[in-house]
Design a binder for this molecule. Structure first.
Ligand code: KIV
Length: 272
């Protein structure tokens, strides 16, 4: 079953992603947070694996991405890297690890790269963090930007509603996207913005634009647990569910409970 639509089995690089945009080939990106899932995601042909700080939500059960630490992100990223052969592995820099100043940002960026062995980092924000982005890039670390709905700023926004519907916010987003490209970012994630705005940024930028809830773009990213239907309660309009793993897993575990309690498991063939 492995190897869906993989035209090029070589390890994906940031350079390859730029080529894909030039050739009109779409980029498939998903999150992963552990070794076993990363092996499956990589084997199924995903081009970019994001070790998202959404681990704070889906792995640790926090309401926001804010509590996750650099140590915890390194743990997740290390586990993912061990399971990946082909995909480019991008790790989120967590809240608080790069917002203070460029010096703290580069220290944490180097630590994540050294310890996690990932390929690149993702930071949320535009003009406000551009100096930090430049400093990290100057150290030779590839950076992916993230604009639109930036979950690390949820307390400022106060809502997970669509961003940049108004002209002023839309124009700032376009300026920020250009700033990130000019600084040397290899890609930008645009989260939950109007499709027309995504289309404009895709047209104006040479680097790939990866959408989540932003309509068609050069590529798409989803949170793995959401697209696999493991989170029953989360169903925004933009989410396409490819499986009902919540149902499948609940049925399997329920059957196991029944079998243990009835004495059906283990049977004659399942013992030594
Ligand atoms: O942390 C994450 O999963 C992300 C995606 C939503 C893009 O940043």
């Amino acid at each position: 079953m492995a190897g869906y639509l993989v035209e090029d089995a070589r390890k994906v690089t940031t350079h390859r992603l730029t080529e894909m945009k030039q050739q009109g080939k779409k980029i498939a990106m998903l999150t992963a947070y552990d070794y076993t899932m990363a092996q499956i995601v990589d084997g199924a042909g995903v081009d970019v694996i994001l070790v998202g700080d959404s681990a704070s939500n889906v792995m640790a059960g926090n309401l926001t991405t804010l509590p996750i630490t650099v140590d915890q992100m390194i743990y997740h990223a290390k586990s993912v890297v061990r399971g990946v052969k082909r995909a480019l592995v991008v790790c989120d820099m967590p809240f608080g690890s790069y917002q203070v100043n460029a010096s703290e940002g580069i220290t944490n960026a180097i630590r994540i790269m050294k310890e996690a062995h990932c390929d690149a980092l993702k930071l949320e924000g535009g003009e406000e963090i551009i100096q930090t982005v430049r400093t990290i890039l100057a150290a030779g670390i590839p950076v992916c930007g993230h604009l639109g709905l930036t979950p690390q700023s949820i307390n400022k926004f106060g809502t997970y509603a669509v961003r940049a519907r108004g002209e002023a916010e839309a124009e700032k987003l376009v300026r920020d996207a250009h700033l990130l490209e000019e600084a040397g970012c290899f890609a930008i994630v645009l989260e939950k913005i109007p499709a027309k705005l995504t289309e404009r940024v895709c047209r104006e930028l040479k680097i790939p634009v990866i959408g989540i809830g932003g309509g068609p773009a050069d590529g798409q990213v989803l949170v793995l647990h959401d697209m696999l239907g493991m989170n029953n309660g989360f169903s925004p309009k933009f989410l396409r569910r490819y499986a009902d793993l919540h149902g499948v897993m609940t049925d399997a575990i329920g059957q196991y409970v029944t079998d243990v309690k009835s004495g059906d498991f283990p049977n004659e063939n399942e013992k030594y």
